[in-house]
Write a protein that binds this ligand. Structure first.
Ligand SMILES: [Zn+2]
Ligand SMILES: [Zn+2]
Length: 242
């Protein structure tokens, strides 16, 4: 019997034992049905520095003082069905949910190729690699995975790029959701260290996370990457709060 057959049988058995239901309408079969996908709201892009709207997600020319990301794109607004899926992803269903969300994400990028133009051309440059916001080792062990890493791998694989771990989270921080905007920035300050030496720093990096809220975590990770020799960084998240 071929491996493909076996895989098919395994999937059928899993489907019987653990049926999937659409997070939107409850229909059996998948976590997001094609009808409910149409109701996900695609998010607008912002300058990752001042967070004002920017069509391509580029950082404004005069927002260039700090070591912030050079651009940032997200796929959907963090609300409704998408929010439910991302929360489920974090608490156990990461791979299964991503298997369905990632192709939808690629579809959004292809359909909206003008808006994604700057991001995609950065991505396609030679030597651009993907990395992700790391979790503190203890938390990753408890959870068994890092959802940002899985997202990064799904997308980098599609674009035939590599995902490499570039950062380490050195201390446990408080959950960002419980904090005010100001506190979020102080909470993550100094939490990350590089896993590479300055002389072999990658030139261009796409930094991946699941949600962009205040941008505090992404900005801090980006600062460390740039302080250690990375020339350009674009952020990429599945979703963004409005
Ligand atoms: Zn549905
Ligand atoms: Zn700006």
């Amino acid at each position: 019997m071929s491996g493909k057959w076996l895989k098919g049988i395994k999937e059928t058995i899993l489907d019987i034992l653990f049926p999937k239901f659409c997070f939107g309408c409850g229909k059996e079969g998948e976590y997001l049905c094609s009808k409910c996908f149409l109701f996900l709201s695609e998010t607008n892009f912002i300058c990752p520095d001042c967070e004002k709207t920017e069509y391509f997600g580029r950082r404004h020319k005069n927002c260039r003082i700090r070591r912030s990301p050079d651009g940032m794109v997200s796929l959907w607004d963090y609300e409704g069905v998408l929010k439910k899926m991302i929360l489920e992803m974090k608490y156990g269903l990461a791979l299964d949910v991503l298997k369905e969300l990632a192709p939808y994400g690629i579809h959004v990028m292809e359909k909206d190729e003008v808006r994604f133009l700057e991001f995609l051309s950065f991505l396609q440059k030679e030597g651009t690699i993907f990395t992700y916001v790391p979790l503190f080792t203890k938390r990753e062990k408890e959870r068994g995975f890092n959802q940002a890493e899985l997202i990064s791998k799904h997308f980098s694989h599609f674009f035939k790029k590599e995902t490499l771990p570039l950062l380490k989270k050195e201390k446990e921080t408080q959950y960002q959701v419980l904090l005010s905007r100001e506190e979020r920035f102080t909470n993550v300050k100094g939490a990350f260290t590089p896993l590479f030496k300055k002389d072999n720093a990658p030139q261009r990096v796409i930094l991946v996370d699941d949600v962009w809220t205040s941008g505090a975590t992404m900005k801090e990770c980006c600062r460390i990457l740039k302080e250690n020799g990375v020339k350009e960084v674009w952020g990429f998240t599945l979703s963004k709060t409005n």
